[in-house]
Design a protein around this ligand. Structure first.
Ligand SMILES: *Cc1c(COP(=O)(O)O)cnc(C)c1O
Length: 481
């Protein structure tokens, strides 16, 4: 086969129609389909190896992929934080991938650069950030947090320039909720600050950072020869969906002259819901903020925004010369070459996903989505409270709900309860129509649901609890427990 043959438009048309039909059938069947189909890694690998050796038609590759992937569009999906992408956003991705024009350089990705600016402007407005705010899109919350912390380092380094001269003679650190996402720790270690570079702050019963511990923690860090540069707020924490008190953190950052970063990967969009906007009061005081569109905003991964309160801070992060790419880009207002501010060199047109939804449906679609899935969190908590054999880990503030089965009439030791809930979760994943995950909080194993699918109803949630109760009751009867 000649390489030219792979570009045949007629073949593309036919294959694309076939694929769109498969996806439409998947969406049409999602209401009745299982959220998950489980098989062991080795069996899965063997099946794909076999297909690779035999060769396949595109339709077969697509069909098997659909069959062997978690179905986030199923209303019985209640697992990790991934959003079911709006089909329109996914469809826009086909165009973005076909064009493959990097949006880091304006000349290459003219449309994408303009869309990215407008997506950032629009969401800065929806999040009620200051007029001076600006930012860009990047590939995921993990990279976004690293990028923001690099900006914090550039802005708050006490003397000299770590980007230019390295970081000798300083032991910097950031203060953070002990429940913060592990990528904060990873970012700190990537910056070379080591284990001591993260100062974990204790949390209250609802896993929110104890703000009254900050002053002592700063003093203690300084006593130990560390230099605190930033404080990181979680909005919300990944495991429990707990929102730190951002105003109190902003006050502390001002008191101690620290950079204030907010990890809003999951929860920043609650600002779009008038009933829950108070959870992120103070968001506008953050020096930097990140937000994933692939968690709570109906877009395919990876699509993440990094916002800076002062747009110009973004330009200090990577001050590297790459004249062949960015000649003439010496003016900080040269917004159109996003590559000056992002980690990526080649960057796909992630703005297209958000822009398409915004332009075709308006911000109201995002508001409605955020409200619907968070309302499901409240609904689910109410169902759990009404069932005596279930226990919530905390009152959920959003669509992340942690709970466990704890049979009243068959008391268990702490260890047995942990094992019981882990076994229930394994049973659910391996052969039930539902998908959920688990987490460990202060030594206790909890089941964890993130309700990201707006098609999930109270009936589905009741069905899930019936399923768990039935399996758990069976396990309690077994000798091992
Ligand atoms: C999911 C998550 C991240 C990581 O984001 P990715 O897009 O998965 O890289 C970071 N912080 C929080 C609070 C998260 O929930």
């Amino acid at each position: 086969m000649l390489p030219q043959d792979l570009y045949d438009p007629a073949t593309f048309r036919a294959t694309a129609h076939e694929l769109v039909d498969q996806i439409a059938d998947y969406l049409a069947g999602a209401g009745d389909a299982d959220a998950n189909s489980y098989a062991e890694p080795e069996a899965t690998l063997a099946g794909w190896r076999d297909l690779l050796e035999k060769g396949a038609e595109p339709a077969e590759v697509f069909r098997r992929t659909l069959a062997q992937t978690v179905h986030i569009h199923s209303p019985r999906y209640a697992g990790h934080q991934n959003t079911p992408p709006a089909p329109l956003a996914a469809l826009s991705d086909l165009l973005g991938s076909t064009l493959n024009a990097s949006t880091a350089v304006f000349e290459m990705g003219r449309a994408g650069a303009a869309m990215e600016r407008l997506v950032i402007e629009t969401f800065a407005g929806l999040l009620e950030l200051d007029d001076t705010a600006g930012g860009f899109l990047t590939s995921g919350g993990t990279l976004a947090n690293l990028t923001a912390l690099l900006a914090a380092r550039a802005a708050r380094w006490p003397a000299g320039d770590p980007w230019q001269d390295g970081q000798e003679n300083l032991r910097p650190c950031v203060l953070v909720n002990e429940q913060a996402h592990y990528c904060i720790d990873r970012a700190v270690r990537i910056m070379g600050w080591g284990e001591a570079g993260v100062v974990n702050l204790p949390t209250d019963d609802d896993f929110r950072l104890r703000t009254e511990a900050i002053d002592d923690a700063v003093a203690d860090a300084r006593d130990r020869g560390l230099t605190p540069l930033a404080i990181v707020g979680s909005a919300c924490t990944t495991a429990t969906g707990s929102f730190d008190d951002l105003n109190a953190l902003a006050d502390a950052a001002e008191r101690h002259e620290l950079w204030f970063h907010v990890d809003g990967a999951h929860g920043a969009p609650v600002r779009l819901d008038p009933d829950r906007a108070h959870l992120v009061a103070g968001l506008e005081r953050a020096d930097s903020l990140i937000m994933d569109f692939h968690k709570m905003l109906m877009c395919p991964a990876l699509t993440t925004a990094v916002f800076f309160r002062r747009s110009t801070d973004a330009y200090a992060t990577f001050r590297q010369k790459a004249d062949y790419l960015l000649s003439g880009a010496t003016d900080p207002n040269d917004w159109s070459n996003f590559g000056r501010r992002t980690f990526e060199c080649t960057k796909n047109n992630m703005a297209l996903r958000v822009f398409t939804l915004l332009a075709c449906h308006g911000p109201g679609a995002f508001r409605a989505y955020v409200r619907t899935v968070n309302d499901n969190g409240r609904r689910f908590a109410n169902l759990l409270r009404a069932r005596p054999d279930f226990e919530l880990a905390l009152d959920p503030q959003c669509n992340i709900v942690c709970f466990r089965y704890r049979p009243l009439d068959a008391p268990q030791t702490a260890g047995q309860l942990n094992e019981l809930n882990a076994l229930v979760r394994a049973a659910i994943v391996q052969d039930s129509p539902f998908y959920l995950v688990q987490t460990k909080l202060r030594g206790r194993t909890y089941l964890r649901c993130t309700l990201t699918n707006p098609l999930t109803t109270e009936a589905h949630l009741n069905e899930l609890l019936d399923d768990i109760a039935e399996r758990a009751a069976g396990l309690v009867g077994m000798a091992a427990l």
